[in-house]
Design a protein around this ligand. Structure first.
Ligand SMILES: Cc1cc2nc3c(=O)[nH]c(=O)nc-3n(C[C@H](O)[C@H](O)[C@H](O)COP(=O)(O)O)c2cc1C
Length: 262
């Protein structure tokens, strides 16, 4: 295997991006970071990471995965940071993590797709979403060309003000993320189907007396609220009014990394 792409995804945007990138490359394997034996496959000739931006940086579980992954000394490294328009310092952070291990992040692309951060609202109008999908398709084709040719490209980043302000917030929240599930609740549409239990990337949800309970080791991927078939899961007070989102070309079955091998 020449190339392995590790992905992490809550609502499928990163999985869709990783698949599209893989289509543009030869001899490539997609591995969910959450699959039990994923760490065993880090010794490919080229290694890529595709993940969402969370709180203007790399999500906690992605940091933890990459820290544990062993990589060859001169491996070709690349990444797609999938976000809703504010990539900030995410890819610079990844470049720094790699530099700390004596490795080089050769290419880091920001891919903008509809937002899954439902506490701040829905994914936006369909027309705007379509523009984002089209824009992402051309950007990923550009990335595949660069990565396939094993070339270097500038690491993408947000404006300076964004990197200064939001890096502070990222650092402040990093150790608190697991507790942020205290605002989840389920309304009376819940029929105890158990999809939230299955889809939770952190195995953080259990059903007690037919209702989901969050056990405070949350990763804030928001898969539970976004994939609930009854739209019964809520976060805080405003989400009953907000539209749910997952990538239209990603199915619930695709999202079960511990069950499905891609
Ligand atoms: C907890 C959380 C924090 C987020 N923070 C950011 C952010 O700082 N900047 C941004 O542009 N998008 C942010 N988003 C939006 C996601 O990065 C974006 O919707 C992404 O496409 C989701 O990818 P996924 O479907 O693979 O999980 C955040 C989403 C979540 C759930």
């Amino acid at each position: 295997m020449k190339t392995v792409i590790f992905y992490y995804t809550g609502t499928g945007n990163s999985l869709w991006s990783a698949r599209l990138l893989a289509q543009g490359l030869a001899d490539v394997r997609l591995r969910p970071m959450k699959q039990a034996d994923a760490l065993a496959t880090g010794d490919a000739e080229a290694v890529g990471f595709v993940f969402p931006v969370h709180v203007w940086g790399i999500p906690v579980p992605v940091v933890q995965f990459i820290e544990k992954l062993s990589l060859r000394p001169r491996v070709y490294l690349f990444a797609l940071a999938v976000n809703a328009g504010q990539v900030s310092r995410t890819l610079i952070q990844l470049r720094g993590m790699m530099a700390g291990r004596g490795l080089k992040l050769a290419a880091g692309y920001s891919i903008v797709l509809p937002s899954n951060y439902i506490p701040w609202g829905g994914p936006g109008p369909a027309e705007r979403q379509k523009k984002m999908f089209d824009g992402a398709r051309s950007k990923i084709a550009e990335a595949a060309d660069c990565i396939g040719g094993r070339r270097s490209a500038p690491i993408e980043k947000g404006p300076l003000w964004q990197m200064i302000v939001f890096t502070v917030i990222y650092k402040m929240t990093f150790k608190q993320v697991h507790k942020m599930d205290k605002d989840f609740w389920s309304d009376d549409k819940c029929n105890a189907c158990g999809v939230c239990v299955q889809i939770c990337l952190a195995k953080n949800i259990e059903l007690q007396e037919g209702k989901p309970v969050w056990r405070h080791h949350c990763e804030q991927c928001l898969a539970c609220i976004q994939w609930c078939p009854q739209e019964s899961i809520q976060f805080g007070k405003k989400t009953p009014a907000y539209q749910r989102y997952h990538h239209p070309q990603v199915s619930l079955q695709d999202m079960l990394p511990h069950v499905v091998e891609h």
